[in-house]
Design a protein around this ligand. Sequence first.
Ligand SMILES: [Fe+2]
Length: 496
Amino acid sequence: MSPELSRRTALRALAGLPVLMSAGAFAGTREDFAGALARDPRLLGFATARAETLSASLTTLGGRLPPGLAGTLWRNGPAEHERFGHRYRHWFDGDGMVQVFAFADGSATHRARILDTPKRRRETRAGKRVMPAFGTPGAGSLTGPDDMNAANTSMLAHAGRLMALWEGGSALEVDPETLAAGKFVVWRRDAAGLPFSAHPKVEPDGTLWNIGFVTRPRPSLVLYRIDRSGRLVKVNLVDAGPLGIVHDFVVTARHLVLLLPPFVLEPERHATFLDSHLWRPDLGTRVLTVDKNTLEPVRRHELPPGFHFHHGNGWEEADGTIRLDLCQSPDPSFVTADLRNVMSGAMRFGSAHPRYRRAVLRPDGTAAIEDAASGVAEFPRIDPRRTGRRHRAVFALAGDEGGDGWPLRRAARIDPERGETDGWAYPPHQVPEEHVFVPRGEAEGDGWLIGPFLDTRRRAAGLNVFEASRLSEGPLWRGVLPYPVPLGLHGIFTPA
Ligand SMILES: [Fe+2]
């Protein structure tokens, strides 16, 4: 059997194998949460969506929408935190809700819809929640990861298709008009059902790179190259040793770079996918540099142990030195503890939170990492035109350690070579969500920053639009909806 054929056979076999079998009792914490929410309005963002579909115009609270801002912010996030009387145990579990903020002619409208995935339809037919989720056990059997695909993490618009993305399964097509869930995307027949992660990178020429993470028969990475027309050019499977959650990566001029946190799957641990992970700081953070042409690893580095979800960006110098940014915390306890506590109604964010850090990978095999900004930082976004190139403007949510509330309190602009250079603090009753940069002029960072938030005093979702180069002056425009929406994860902007 040729190496290529054997790899394809392996891919097909993996696609059909269970990612995880688990069984166990559900947590019946819906009443606990309702009681806690009545006492503490800060929990509003973790309440279940109040309807399957939402639609309204935004009412202006102040300022004026820039007339040149025309297009759509597509967002996604776990929103159906309770079904059939049961409440999920982790923030990342609930079924996804696609949200659309449309900007035209100086006004903004909102639509949202719960994605009726095959997983959700199966539970509707059963009249109960049966499928395992990221951090909640379920008794339902799995024929592959898409049987538990909640399509709840981000969105992708590529080659004329709109897709909802999840960490561990296929991209799900979404009808941009009705927001109805379509079919799982099959990039190529032999790659059907393989995980396609939620942070693909699209280069200025339209080439799309992505990763995936398969668990059986042994944890492995899937690497994708897709062209601007949506054709899968190459897919490769890489055995990288002990492996767990790998949520994001960076692309440089010649390489893909993956940082593997030492939070790895242990086959004998099976309560949930999250619980199957073990913190193994002895492994360090292993760094895999992959050749873009072959999709094979060409270099390995090691950094001290740490846990991260998100990268800002990465780039490569002429001598091969790679510099990349990430939001890294000392360990994964904010995922394993804080984001569980909040689902049961405990507003405790006492874990060490991620900081904005810069790693340097040298061609001689040495590597280093240091803080690039002070304080807490998450949900980093860059000017998308700088993908894979040296960048000086990162937009993130920032905060400070300490306190028991949601730690991300500011919209911040970070220059990874200078630290935080600008920012605007949200009032205590507003919780900012990922802010997305919308380019306007030619220069890096010349544009608007669009920031959804949840107002726990008004019990309503809202949206701010900032001049991206002058955050500290506050929003150019502030708008509010007549209803709350659960706190979401990631979004993309498509210009009109
Ligand atoms: Fe993410």
